[in-house]
Unconditional design. Structure first.
Length: 292
């Protein structure tokens, strides 16, 4: 009998999804599957629940939520043989989109039953894992303001982007990777593992989840008109036409911002304030099993 543990964020997205025992046993017969459902109650709770599920012998742990919930659950599964299932009911759903996980609630959950497993890379920022992307530039400021809105909708993201572009503070930054060193005062400093960052938008459409590389995107301090042009190209899925951006591949990199004490960063669409101005980021190849 297979043990499936569903971890549900009840307030993800619009908060109107119903993932209950009745729905799940209609897909997973009780004589073949043991089904457990846990609901998150706050930040980092999904990771705690996932760690417990693995210790209790779960054959699969399913994250039901957005990229933040997926990040927490996946972080608990790194390096284990327990695969991650995703039921994308959040607002952005970047990783799920990259993996082609879409459809109705019942269709997505039925996909988990088929157990088609792929192995993907993971990223690590100091002690924090990411699976889609991380950023220390304008995107971190956008996410910070977006979370303050309390509305997980595209319009709130656009408003937050406009506000962030006006208030963003630039910092001298040294980035080292491979045999390269970049000294830059960046508006954009984005590191991606996937080709999606939510809402079907992307800064790295060429990125692959299993190529053993991170995609680094930087763009220097720019005028307001350039910012608007960049925003327009992002919204229209044409960011690669933005010539001010520089694209590189890296397996590991360090980022140093001497003028800062704390570092604002977004990790898989969640705002974090790291108590350091020195950041180490690396790829962990083939470290997570995902059902898709």
């Amino acid at each position: 009998m297979k043990y499936l543990h569903f971890i549900v964020n009840p307030i993800s997205g619009k908060g109107n999804h119903v993932i209950d025992k009745e729905l799940l046993v209609s897909i997973f017969p009780e004589n073949e599957y043991r089904i457990e459902i846990s609901h998150t109650e706050g930040k980092d709770h999904a990771k705690t629940l996932a760690v417990k599920a693995v210790k209790n012998g779960a054959d699969c742990v399913i994250a039901c939520g957005g990229d933040g919930t997926v990040n927490e659950v996946a972080s608990a599964l790194i390096g284990s043989q327990v695969p991650l299932g995703i039921v994308p009911v959040g607002s952005g759903n970047g990783l799920a989109s990259n993996l082609g996980i879409k459809g109705s609630l019942q269709e997505v959950i039925t996909t988990i039953k088929k157990q088609n497993i792929t192995v993907i890379d993971s990223g690590c920022v100091n002690d924090n894992y990411f699976f889609s992307n991380a950023g220390l530039g304008i995107d971190a400021e956008v996410i910070k303001k977006y979370e303050q809105k309390g509305k997980r909708k595209l319009w709130a993201y656009i408003v937050a982007s406009l506000e962030a572009s006006l208030s963003f503070k630039h910092y001298n930054t040294t980035i080292k990777f491979g045999d390269k060193e970049l000294d830059i005062n960046p508006f954009l400093l984005f590191i991606s593992n996937s080709n999606q960052m939510g809402y079907d938008m992307s800064l790295t459409p060429q990125a692959k989840l299993n190529d053993g590389y991170l995609n680094l995107v930087t763009a220097p301090k720019m005028s307001f008109l350039q910012k608007m042009k960049m925003g327009f190209l992002v919204l229209n899925r044409n960011f690669l036409k933005f010539k001010a951006a520089q694209h590189n591949l890296a397996q590991s990199l360090t980022i140093y911002q001497p003028e800062r004490i704390y570092t604002d960063i977004q990790i898989d669409g969640e705002y974090h304030s790291l108590k350091t101005n020195y950041i180490h980021i690396e790829i962990i190849p083939a470290s997570l099993k995902v059902i898709c």
